[in-house]
Ligand binder design. Structure first.
Ligand code: UD1
Ligand code: UDP
Length: 361
């Protein structure tokens, strides 16, 4: 079958890589659309350069814009590609605007949609990602869930057909790429970092960056922590922009920021941190897989198992709460339960299901 895979944002390159690798070892033919949602070298190209991810067959170069404009332009352009390529199915990943546009373009053309990372919910309708994932799930024919909670969430919304618990493709990705990182990345030496002597932080969610008070509190909490332990803070372009425009003078806080780092460097930085503070979805799980305690800079998480398991704590954006959470989590012993997110073969399961279904067609 011809499968069109749709990616566009940083985490989607990481999620698509293990699936694409297996897909291309079968009789299926993959055509990859990059929507161009992310376009800076360090947000896009670097992942194609260092991971086993094929060159996109087309880059729509949609770029940034308001939700309506960005999603609308993607929708129009993806539709054109689907009309030309006439695939038997479309694969979409996660919960970005590229995910929603891809799924919507496909269903309107009666092309079956498979959603990788289906069923996740924060139950916070103010998050753009929550609308993207709910709508995508309700349009999908195949729903590949990373967790049991995701399967239950779908069940509560009446979706039981086409649902498969396969595990998390990001786990597939780190198992493979951490070996490459250990061999090829010298990030610790370059940054003069000793293992377990620094904290790693990322902040990029709209729910934090778009609210000056929240962003200020988070940055000030990180600055406070930075007085005790060095904080490595790779800054997403969205956050960079908001910090540039805000009155918060980050320079006065002695908190050093760096540009987004390549994935292999990121994996080593995560593995060797003694604690991670983040509002990223992917980074929360990677912390767990590397047995590093995590403080989540949000009020909710889609990865509820981590909080239930005691390896992650939700600190929101309150300065004191973040600092206290950092103190509580630092040094906490983490036992990874290998079953929480599958066995690292979600990619193989996904492709096996696609193959089985297409052989019946
Ligand atoms: C998007 C996803 C979010 C995901 C994140 C991963 C949506 C609604 N949100 O958020 O779920 O967690 O990707 O990183 O799809 N920018 C650049 N260069 C780039 C990309 C973005 O400068 O290469 C700047 C632009 O000013 C842009 C802003 O970042 O307006 C936000 O980018 P956008 O793709 O709209 O959303 P993200 O915050 O990246
Ligand atoms: N990541 C990276 N470099 C960075 C920050 C993050 O390679 O500077 C990786 C990280 O390891 C994870 C993914 O990007 O695999 C998470 O993406 P992001 O935080 O942008 O989005 P989210 O997961 O919140 O949707």
């Amino acid at each position: 079958m011809k499968v069109v895979s749709i990616v566009g944002a940083r985490p989607q390159f990481i999620k698509a890589s293990p699936v694409s690798k297996v897909l291309r070892q079968t009789e299926h033919q993959e055509f990859m659309i990059h929507t161009g949602q992310h376009y800076d070298y360090e947000m896009s190209r670097v992942f194609f350069d260092e991971m086993e991810l094929p060159e996109p067959d087309v880059n729509l170069e949609v770029g940034s814009g308001s939700h309506g404009k960005q999603t609308g332009v993607m929708l129009m352009q993806i539709e054109n590609v689907l009309l030309a390529e006439r695939p038997g199915g479309v694969l979409v990943y996660g919960d970005t605007n590229s995910t929603l546009a891809g799924a919507l373009a496909a269903v309107k053309l009666h092309i079956p949609v498979a959603h990788v990372e289906a069923g996740l919910r924060s139950f916070n309708r103010k998050m753009p990602e929550e609308h993207n994932r709910v709508l995508t799930d309700h349009m999908s024919d195949l729903l590949f869930c990373p967790t049991k909670t995701a399967v239950k969430n779908l069940e509560h919304e009446g979706i039981t057909k086409g649902v498969h618990l396969v595990g998390d493709v990001m786990y597939d990705s780190i198992l493979h790429n951490i070996k490459l990182a250990e061999r090829n990345s010298d990030v610790l030496e370059r940054m003069k970092l000793k293992p377990k002597c620094y904290a790693l932080a990322t902040v990029h969610r709209a729910e934090n960056t778009n609210h000056p008070d929240r962003l200020r509190n988070i940055i000030e909490a990180l600055a406070l922590i930075n007085e005790e332990t060095r904080i490595i803070l790779p800054v997403h372009p969205r956050t960079k922009q908001y910090l540039r425009n805000s009155e918060l003078k980050i320079k006065n806080l002695k908190l050093k920021t760096i540009d987004p780092v390549p994935y292999l460097d990121m994996l080593l930085l995560e593995k060797n941190a003694h604690v991670i503070l983040t509002d990223s979805g992917g980074v929360q799980k990677e912390a767990y897989w590397f047995n590093v305690p995590c403080v989540t800079l949000r009020e909710q998480t889609e990865w509820v198992e981590l909080v239930e398991h005691g390896v992650n704590t939700l600190a929101g954006s309150n300065r004191k709460t973040i600092y206290q959470a950092y103190r509580t989590m630092t040094g906490k012993k983490i036992d990874s339960d290998p079953e929480l997110y599958g066995n690292g073969k979600a990619n193989e399961k996904i492709v096996a299901i696609l193959t089985k279904l297409t052989s019946r067609m």
